[in-house]
Design a protein around this ligand. Structure first.
Ligand code: HEM
Length: 74
């Protein structure tokens, strides 16, 4: 069985590696995974437990749009 992309392990892996669901595409730059991912396992597990305690909603997430190149290319 594949790993649950919303499970604790996948979310922690995403925060540590900057990869969508812990193993996919690179997440966009606003997500500060380089410092979020430096937290201890205990802290990340606590954050995930807090997030998972919130009831889910239906929300279609738009496709990711990478930032434009620096210098304002047209
Ligand atoms: C403790 C703080 C934070 C936690 C625990 C957290 C956690 C996460 C997680 C689990 C994801 C999903 C990764 C995936 O696609 O599998 C995500 C995505 C994202 N986060 Fe954060 N985040 C935090 C702070 C922030 C902050 C401060 C920002 C921006 C100011 C931010 C911006 C984003 C964005 C834009 C995405 C979507 C990136 C993409 O789809 O490419 N996050 N975050």
């Amino acid at each position: 069985m594949e790993e649950d992309p919303y499970g604790t392990d996948a979310i922690i892996k995403a925060m540590r590696t900057g990869r969508h669901f812990g193993g996919g595409r690179a997440v966009l730059p606003p997500m500060p995974w380089t410092w979020v991912g430096t937290m201890t396992d205990e802290d990340l597990e606590a954050i995930v437990a807090c997030l998972q305690s919130i009831p889910p909603i239906r929300n279609r997430v738009p496709v990711p749009v990478p930032p434009a190149p620096a210098g304002g290319a047209t």
